[in-house]
Design a protein around this ligand. Structure first.
Ligand code: PMP
Length: 404
């Protein structure tokens, strides 16, 4: 039995009020909330064994190193990576994408082609545009349809022997569409192209198996999955991580340094220059433990119920239009009501204690496709409830009345 009441007790922030009203937090796609179990791990780290890792012979440093490497093993197991050294700890999704895009500068030539999708977050567009500027590679785009789904037949016709890389998100942050990445990966591999999947929005809801997907790179951020900000993961197949040059130079990533020549450390340290977010990495491991303890099957099933319930209720509001109507979607609803500006609705909802996101959601090409400046986005996690959705709908109706 999925016991949401018990789960909510794990999240102290859900007890607070905002503007005199109980907080209803529906901005989970921007960042998720943190359970006490993860907060305790952070407090324990700074209270008991804060030290730099991989360096000291002293006990604190050993303890911190052990906990950090233990977290890497948890992440490896969770995503089913073949080796622990295929897990690079990053500062988040954006860092992981930039690391790979930068590395491909030395592997691409003028005239090579790379493919992005129309459904991407700016983080999975801009680093590749910068790569194309550096190398003379050509950026092509898989288009989307009115439902907010990728048009795969168009993808087929973009692929050819010049295609070197495809980068696509697993789930769209702006619309919630779940993309058919297994299919995309298979097709890209058939012409020898590598694939990077942006998992920022999938990891909070499903448990990806990188070996089963046969994906070349998979990236995510801990803060979207009950962990802290400033830490994330890049999974890369060993053969690719060996091929890519280091992203940043510094301590930890070297084997030997002289003024004549420096040799680099083995994986994963080659990509982990400088002191990392040690506490964040350890807490990321704890967040993965927490989510697995609830279970991803239960999480997806429960969240799907919230999605269906909220969609049904929202569609009863006159003039309300939902963007992203694929049957294959996660618990993210983007919408507008008539010509009311999303920002105005968001501001009134905040006065009522309800946190939603308004704007272009760092996905301007999607907004351009629909010819709108932005949307209101309500995104749910497993600790949200139908009762919260009821309050949200009633408050939204009030806001619409005030603004009409
Ligand atoms: N990609 C997607 C799909 C996202 O939703 C986000 C976060 N909004 C990012 C990338 C960037 O993540 P971060 O800011 O944690 O690096």
């Amino acid at each position: 039995m999925f016991d949401v009441k018990a789960i909510r007790k794990d999240f102290p922030i859900l007890n607070r009020e905002v503007n005199g009203k109980p907080l209803i937090y529906f901005d989970n796609a921007a960042t998720s909330q943190t359970p006490q179990q993860v907060i305790d791990v952070i407090v324990d780290y700074y209270s008991n064994y804060n030290a730099n890792i991989h360096r000291g012979v002293h006990s604190l440093s050993q303890e911190a190193t052990d906990a950090y490497e233990q977290a890497r093993l948890k992440i490896q197991k969770h995503f089913n990576a073949k080796h622990p050294y295929e897990v690079i700890l990053t500062s988040g999704t954006t860092h992981g994408i930039n690391l790979v895009a930068n590395g491909f500068s030395s592997l691409l030539e003028k005239g090579d082609e790379v493919i992005v999708s129309a459904l991407e977050h700016h983080s999975n567009i801009v680093p590749w545009q910068m790569l194309c500027e550096r190398t003379g590679a050509i950026l092509k785009v898989i288009p989307m349809n009115e439902n907010g789904e990728l048009i795969l037949s168009e993808f087929n016709s973009l692929l050819n022997e010049n295609t070197k890389l495809v980068f696509v998100n697993h789930i769209s942050n702006a619309l919630g569409t779940i993309n058919p990445i297994k299919d995309i990966i298979e097709k890209a591999h058939s012409v020898g192209a590598a694939v990077l999947v942006d998992g920022a929005q999938s990891c909070p809801h499903i448990k990806p198996d990188v070996q089963e997907l046969d994906v070349d790179f998979y990236v995510c951020s801990a803060h979207k999955m009950c962990g802290p900000t400033g830490v994330g993961m890049l999974y890369g197949k060993e053969k690719w991580l060996k091929k890519l040059p280091p992203y940043q130079g510094g301590g930890e990533m070297i084997a030997e340094v002289t003024f004549e020549k420096t040799t680099y450390a083995d994986l994963p340290h080659k990509f982990e220059a400088g002191t990392p977010n040690i506490c964040g990495g350890i807490a990321f491991g704890a967040a993965i433990d927490y989510m697995n303890q609830i279970g991803f099957d239960s999480i997806s099933q429960y969240e799907h119920g919230l999605l269906e319930y909220a969609t049904e209720q929202l569609l009863q509001i006159e003039g309300l239009k939902i963007y992203g109507t694929s049957k294959n979607k996660t618990s993210v609803i983007s919408f507008n009501v008539g010509n009311i500006h999303p920002y105005d609705i968001g501001t009134i909802l905040d006065k009522m204690g309800i946190a939603v996101r308004t704007g272009h959601h760092c996905a301007q090409p999607i907004m351009d496709f629909y010819k709108i400046p932005g949307t209101i986005r309500a995104s749910f996690m497993f600790y949200n409830t139908k009762e919260e959705i009821d309050t949200f709908i009633a408050s939204l109706k009030k806001a619409v009345m005030m603004l009409s």
